[in-house]
Design a protein around this ligand. Structure first.
Ligand code: AMP
Length: 417
């Protein structure tokens, strides 16, 4: 199956070819015709499956086809949970739409609002935004959403996890009743089903397996190790095997910072990326990591969600995630685009229950190893796990610190109530 067989026009096909894509991915094969038809869609697909092109390409085609004379109005609104995902989707819109005369812009908190206000004033066809900043700008009278024809909620489950449900409901009141709705979510919790019920009209249901949940391309290994030896074992493994571009997951923001510092002290260039970092710091860290200048990126689950980092050779679970599904999301970042990947988990005595939960979910027993020199103490007693994840998932309005921009967002929102 080719992209042209899916009904995409020449201008979009040229952009796709320039990206080097020869064949649509499974989600693209299913989603593109549905979106072109103008139907609502509920899709279960994760980052790495090609879902962004799956909705962006047909959305752009519809917008280009139905263009009206006069001032540009926001006709497509894409909402994302994080700034990084907004930036990535916005980039895709620019790249795929390079031969069309549509204008798009990205709006998120943590950066100055003036360039965003200027872009809105100049007129836009496509707006990619995180909910908080968008509502702030709307409240200040800078955004008109009354001409929206296509609404996309990307990573809707994560938006709900992050406490955006009220923001989403407010935004739904600002767009016209008659519109096309596309909802993407990695999971179908009761909450997502309730949202889908409210949002979607006779949707096409599309499901594709995450590109890498199958173990075949990912070598998964568990190292048993003592809690306080984990960082030494990690440094040892990185140095011994000469690992490069290692994405390391920790459970807490504090843990991410501490680990990045410790690795850097051992001459392993590392930076942390999480919600308390400024937008500039996050962008710099991600850029250095992608370009290969930074050997290790340490991230929390929420910060890592939606990052488009391709063909990552190594993912390390420095801490096992509290939620077993997150293990699948984490390791899904390795071995993209046909290359092999390796996922290593460092597991101490506190985490045996979490490991069993993961093995039940993925229906396989993971191979366990002990690295010579890092043998765990057989008499070690489990301790309760420090639970940073819940803290990160507090609803936005309750969070005390999430970078300057988010703080400013919160203050404005409180003022609004
Ligand atoms: P996404 O799941 O949208 O985050 O996309 C994951 C990665 O796959 C991105 O880097 C895309 O550039 C790439 N990609 C999307 N569609 C294709 C395709 N048809 N062939 C090859 N790579 C693709």
């Amino acid at each position: 199956m080719s992209f042209s067989e899916l009904g995409l026009h020449d201008d979009l096909l040229r952009a796709v070819t320039a990206q080097g894509y020869t064949q649509p991915t499974p989600i693209q094969q299913k989603a593109i015709p549905v979106v072109l038809e103008g139907r609502d869609m509920l899709a279960s697909a994760q980052t790495g499956t090609g879902k962004t092109a799956g909705f962006t390409l047909p959305m752009l085609q519809r917008l280009a086809g139905g263009k009206k004379p006069g001032k540009r109005q926001v006709r497509a609104l894409v909402l994302t949970p994080t700034r990084e995902l907004a930036a990535q989707v916005g980039e895709s819109v620019s790249v795929y739409g390079q031969h069309l005369s549509l204008r798009s812009h990205i709006i998120f908190g943590g950066v100055g609002q003036q360039p965003q206000v200027d872009a809105l004033k100049a007129g836009l066809d496509v707006l990619v935004a995180t909910p908080g900043r968008l509502l702030d700008l709307h409240q200040q009278g800078h955004v008109d959403l009354s001409s929206v024809e296509i609404l996309v909620l990307d990573e809707a489950d994560r938006m709900l996890d992050m406490g955006f449900i009220h923001d989403i409901k407010r935004l739904l009141r600002l767009v016209p009743k008659k519109r096309q709705n596309l909802l993407f979510s990695a999971t179908f919790s009761n909450e997502i089903q309730a949202l889908a019920q409210q949002l979607l009209d006779n949707p096409a249901l599309i499901e594709v397996a995450p590109r890498n949940t199958t173990a075949e391309k990912i070598l998964q290994t568990v190292y048993r190790v003592d809690r306080d030896q984990k960082r030494h074992l990690l440094a040892h493994l990185i140095q011994q095997h000469g690992w490069f571009q290692v994405l390391v997951f920790t459970r807490t923001k504090h843990g991410a910072n501490r680990l990045a510092e410790q690795l850097s002290k051992q001459d392993i260039p590392a930076m942390a990326i999480h919600g308390n970092k400024s937008q500039g710091a996050r962008t710099r860290a991600l850029g250095a990591f992608k370009s290969g200048d930074l050997q290790v990126l340490v991230a929390t689950d929420i910060a890592a969600r939606g990052l488009d980092i391709n063909e990552l050779p190594h993912v390390v679970n420095f801490d096992l995630p509290n939620v077993a599904e997150d293990y699948v999301h984490r390791i899904g970042r390795t071995g993209r685009a046909g290359s092999n990947g390796e996922a290593v988990s460092l597991v101490c005595v506190d985490e045996h229950g979490l490991l069993s939960g993961i093995e039940r979910l993925i229906k396989q027993n993971l191979p366990k190893r002990i690295e010579p020199g890092f043998e765990p103490d057989p008499n070690a007693k489990p301790e309760p796990i420090e639970n940073g994840r819940r803290g990160q998932q507090q609803p936005r309005a309750k969070r005390k610190t999430d970078g300057q921009g988010a703080k400013a967002d919160g203050q404005r929102r409180r003022a609004r109530r």
